[in-house]
Write a protein that binds this ligand. Structure first.
Ligand code: NAP
Length: 544
């Protein structure tokens, strides 16, 4: 668009009061709340339907690993009562059906535009509005810009030569084609994070040959999924109030909260008994329901890691393979723990092979398969389960320019700087929902999301009621929040470990040092802080 064209646009009122980018769990709820408030709002989404992460991730084995009934929206009793989860941890198709159902029930579709990728967003100081440019060349203007673009939505491919030369089928898990057929095929999986682990466990008994290329193993633990029968369904539906009350109390917003008993005051026998029970139980208890000291005291962590290592040795027949699957570079739970169903048992099958790329590095992808320093493997399908440019990656992929011509991706080059993870100085009228350094990124997602969206709705209500045109976090408030976020990294073993939580990604330039991405203060403290800011007329924001 020419400068003259832009000036004409801005001489007018912006076309919209608010634009939301992203139709995932967060964008859906934000849209609903803004419509309720009477805001003229449009939602833009790259995909051809709503669902966000559950729209995109259609890889074999994709499913929840937090309890589905803690993940649904809690704001509507009607929605809670009419939806029945068929399993404790629902698969991707069911979860996508749930989100589509919510969108239909709330009649949100008329406000959503699909197939729209936002290329750039620029704040104009004269009109106090954002110009949003789409990839199709269209331009929209809006007073408020709200990003609900996901923490794990910027997929990253490995930097391996020859990826495009492969003549079989290959895809990153995020873009896995619906219903992809791997039966009877020779398949490679690169990556053993939560995604790779789900794919491997799901396809091991269906494919002809499965070769897993592993760089660093993760500590995985059993999911123990199961169907929800009628009686249990009724119990869940009758106890949603208690379920959500419990989630509100735990640091992560999950059903599972830490055991605060002092680790070394409990006898070793009692600790073992406790861990055996955790290992047998459903879900994230093995991680989030563990002794708090396991993540603060390296001696406690080493003991629990040993317990899990022995479980891996019990489950994997070949001792050499078992040792390769046991992480050596980090303790249990200091990276995101993948929950699995028969993952370790997959390696007991004759058709499943584990290649440690530290021993025999991948040299290149060839037209026929993958060549390591040892040999060339031939495949029909290559699955890249190689993760994401997490939390800030989706922001970096949009050319966002603030009030002084500053680029957000430049401002955040060495790491994000935000106030409450909800806004950033120099970028007025931009609400970063579930952004870096917010409570939502370290929380059972919808639990954190609902609170953040409710709070943002109140903030927007206040902004409208005072007839403001511009709001922006102050530089001082932002500095104070960033220091506060950093303070939780001291003595925290998760913060000392390289993973997407701490901003590392070997496939992205410059992401090889610690970045303060996650607020580790816990959901209750974050909630309190949000309430305090609101009670003081949104102290930390400047309005005009
Ligand atoms: P990830 O945890 O970042 O794992 C990526 C994997 O790819 C790692 O094993 C990594 O190895 C490997 N990798 C990357 N580049 C490589 C290369 N060049 N050569 C060899 N290996 C390479 O990503 P993810 O598994 O997609 O999971 C991301 C997050 O998504 C999870 O932590 C979780 O929060 C979420 N998720 C949730 C669910 C669920 O709710 N059920 C399911 C799946 C994912 P290194 O470890 O050595 O870097």
């Amino acid at each position: 668009m020419t400068d003259a064209g832009k000036a004409t646009l801005h001489a007018l009122q912006p076309q919209h009061e608010a634009i939301i980018i992203g139709a995932g769990v967060c964008g859906i709820y934000m849209l609903h709340r803004l419509i309720e408030l009477g805001v003229d709002v449009t939602l833009l989404e790259t995909g051809e339907g709503p669902g966000g992460t559950w729209y995109w991730n259609r890889y074999p084995g994709a499913r929840f690993d937090s309890e589905s009934y803690t993940y649904g929206y809690s704001f509507s009793k009607k929605l809670l009562q009419e939806w029945s989860w068929s399993e404790h941890f629902a698969g991707q198709p069911e979860t996508l059906r749930y989100l589509t159902h919510v969108v239909d029930e709330l009649e949100l579709l008329p406000h959503m535009r699909f197939g729209c990728t936002v290329k750039a967003a620029t704040f104009d100081e004269d009109s106090r509005a954002w110009t949003v440019e789409l990839e199709n060349g269209e331009t929209l203007t809006t007073r408020l810009l709200l990003t609900a673009i996901g923490m794990l939505s910027a997929a990253t491919m490995p930097r391996i030569e020859g990826v495009d030369s492969f003549q079989g089928k290959s895809f990153h898990t995020y873009y896995c084609p619906e219903g992809v057929r791997v039966d009877g095929k020779r398949v490679a999986v690169i990556g053993t994070g939560a995604t790779g682990v789900q794919v491997i466990a799901d396809i091991a008994d269906k494919v002809a040959e499965l070769t897993v290329f592993q760089r660093r193993p993760n500590w995985c633990a059993p999911l123990h999924n199961g169907p929800i029968d009628g009686e249990e369904q009724a119990k869940i539906k009758a106890s949603y109030d208690e379920i959500f009350a419990r989630c509100r109390k735990t640091p992560g917003g999950f059903l599972h909260g830490p055991d605060r008993r002092e680790f070394f005051k409990i006898s070793k026998e009692e600790r073992l008994e406790f861990w055996e029970a955790l290992y047998r139980s459903r879900g994230f208890g093995k991680w989030l329901g563990n002794f708090r000291d396991v993540f603060m005291d390296p001696r406690a962590n080493a003991e629990y890691s040993q317990f899990i290592a022995d479980k891996i040795r019990e489950r994997v027949d070949d001792p050499a393979t078992a040792e390769k699957l046991i992480p050596q570079d980090h303790g249990f739970g200091t990276r995101r723990v993948p929950l699995e169903t028969h993952y370790y048992e997959a390696y007991n099958r004759d058709n499943v092979h584990l290649v440690d790329v530290n021993e025999t590095p991948i040299e290149r992808v060839t037209p026929k398969g993958i060549k390591t320093s040892e040999r060339e493997y031939e495949f029909d399908v290559i699955v890249y389960a190689t993760g994401f440019d997490a939390i800030t990656g989706a922001f970096d992929r949009i050319d966002i320019t603030g009030s002084n011509g500053e680029k957000l991706r430049e401002k955040w080059r060495d790491g994000p700087e935000t106030f409450l993870g909800l806004g950033t100085h120099g970028f007025p009228n931009l609400l970063i929902l579930a952004g870096p350094q917010s409570g939502s990124v370290s929380t059972n997602f919808p639990r954190g999301i609902e609170e953040t969206v409710d709070w943002s709705t109140q903030l927007i209500g206040y902004f409208r009621a005072q007839d403001y045109r511009r709001m922006e976090p102050t530089a001082e408030a932002e500095k104070e929040w960033v220091e506060h976020v950093k303070s939780f990294y001291e003595g925290n073993m998760i913060a000392d470990t390289k993973s997407w939580f701490t901003g590392y990604n070997s496939n992205v330039d410059g992401h090889d040092t610690l970045r303060y991405m996650v607020y580790f203060g816990g959901a209750p403290a974050y909630r309190e802080r949000l309430a305090e800011v609101a009670d003081h007329d949104y102290e930390g924001f400047e309005f005009s």
